[in-house]
Ligand binder design. Structure first.
Ligand SMILES: [Zn+2]
Length: 456
């Protein structure tokens, strides 16, 4: 197939190839680069490079933000391909383009759940408040699937807590939330609009891109927990698991109830005592010094700087236990470039308001054959938080006997609201972002509403 493709591409001019690649075409360059990796035949590397979309590549290499207005998921596979060529050749321009793209999307275009874009497109970062947070569409699941793939590639080239932080954010808050509990349908758009809801693919009538990547996503959680070199084992996520590191004769079991709490125990089995560095991620969302590590009950004097790895180097023997403690707390993050919209998190887990099914009583949430949820609630009918962002955390209390369930206390108007992990809130309206209002502004809005109701 690659040889056939070469016969098609060879007679084309660079301008014709550039024009052809304007259309969403997936990861054809990556596939050809993989054929080069498998065969070692340089003609496939040359073909992969000819399929590099210069209209995107050139500005990325120059560090120019060229993404606003582009179809988002048409771009990510191109960038995955650039990073793949960088892995295979070490040519700096390809790596630079991929890293600049990742930094730009993750740091300037991403919602708190790890997704980006609206209606499939990158919008201007200044438009988060005027478009992003009120769109009925919002982030597409495929985009986050692909950005996770790019994140993994970049991490393998240069291990980084910033990348692992993004992976955790996107996995728990977008990917995990994108499959319908019990019925298994997949979500296309996850709207960030307060008071909106998701619709899901049906069993036999819908087969979207996000159904396909959706099927893959939910068998990939294990891929992001561990990584290794010859003498290093990195632990990035607290997911219950067992690692069989066969060629080193080492097995590691990770036991945890995360995210109910942030504690985990790594138990080592080694055929022979094994000198090894275990590097545990100290997430960027922790407070400095908050992470604790103990080995067989003795505290390890590691520097636990958020955003870095805390490394324990020792000779590990069967039965050795490394205990990890990430103290989880409530915290907030603002909508990018906004001081008006706030999201609430428990550690890295985004909490969403459970807002019920007003106006959706007859909907089975998958009956439209359409991936856009259309029945929006007017924003002035969605509860708001009274006060400023610093007041929020103190006015949210855990619900006794219900792990990860919270309720606001004197914070939301017109009534307090219940909060749960976003991945648990399905088949109802939700709020991930809350409008912050001071009491006076809220009273004006309410009285304005009352005057309207009175016909004045
Ligand atoms: Zn999709």
């Amino acid at each position: 197939m690659a040889d056939w493709l070469q016969t098609v591409i060879e007679p084309l001019t660079d301008a014709q190839i550039r024009e052809m690649l304007e259309t969403e075409h997936g990861g054809i360059m990556e596939v050809v680069a993989d054929v080069y990796a498998i065969t070692g035949d340089a003609k496939y590397l040359a073909l992969a490079k000819r399929l590099n979309h210069q209209s995107l590549f050139e500005p990325l290499v120059r560090g120019e933000d060229c993404l606003t207005g582009l179809h988002a998921n048409a771009q990510i596979p191109k960038v995955i391909s650039m990073e793949r060529v960088y892995q295979l050749t070490g040519e700096p321009a390809y790596g630079k383009a991929a890293r600049f793209f990742w930094d730009n999307v993750v740091n300037t275009r991403t919602f708190v759940i790890g997704g980006h874009g609206a209606n499939e497109f990158f919008f201007a970062p200044d438009a988060f408040a005027t478009l992003g947070v009120i769109s009925k569409t919002g982030p597409e699941t495929c985009n986050t699937y692909n950005l996770l793939k790019l994140s993994r590639q970049l991490w393998l080239v240069a291990p980084s807590v910033a990348i692992a932080d993004f992976i955790e954010r996107a996995l728990y808050n977008h990917i995990l939330s994108s499959q319908e509990p019990d019925r298994g349908g997949f979500v296309y758009f996850t709207s960030m609009r307060p008071g909106h809801y998701r619709t899901y693919s049906s069993d036999t009538e819908d087969f979207w891109c996000c159904t396909d990547t959706g099927m893959e996503s939910h068998v990939k959680y294990g891929r992001f927990i561990y990584a290794h070199s010859d003498d290093h084992l990195w632990v990035d996520l607290l997911i219950p698991s067992q690692l069989h590191w066969t060629d080193q004769g080492v097995t590691v079991r990770l036991d945890t109830r995360f995210p109910e709490d942030g504690k985990a125990t790594l138990t080592v089995s080694a055929k022979q005592p094994r000198r090894l560095t275990i590097a545990v991620r100290c997430p960027g969302w922790l407070k400095p010094g908050a992470m604790k590590l103990t080995v067989n009950g003795t505290p390890e004097p590691v520097e636990a700087r958020p955003g870095s790895y805390a490394a324990v180097e020792r000779t590990w023997r069967t039965g050795d236990r490394l205990e990890i403690d990430w103290p989880l707390t409530l915290r907030t993050e603002m909508l990018p470039r906004s001081n008006e919209w706030v999201a609430v998190l428990w550690g890295p887990i985004v909490l969403a308001g459970e807002l019920g099914t007003a106006g959706l009583e007859d909907l089975d949430f998958r009956n439209t054959h359409n991936y856009v949820a259309t029945q929006e609630l007017p924003l002035d009918q969605v509860p708001v938080f009274i006060g400023n962002a610093d007041d929020v955390v103190a006015k949210i209390k855990p619900v006794d006997g219900r792990p990860l369930a919270f309720r606001t206390a004197g914070l939301a108007q017109p009534t307090d609201v219940s909060l749960s992990p976003f991945y648990r809130v399905h088949r109802q309206r939700y709020a991930v972002y809350w409008r912050l209002m001071d009491r006076a502004a809220y009273d004006v809005r309410r009285h304005g509403d009352a005057r309207e109701a009175d016909g004045k």
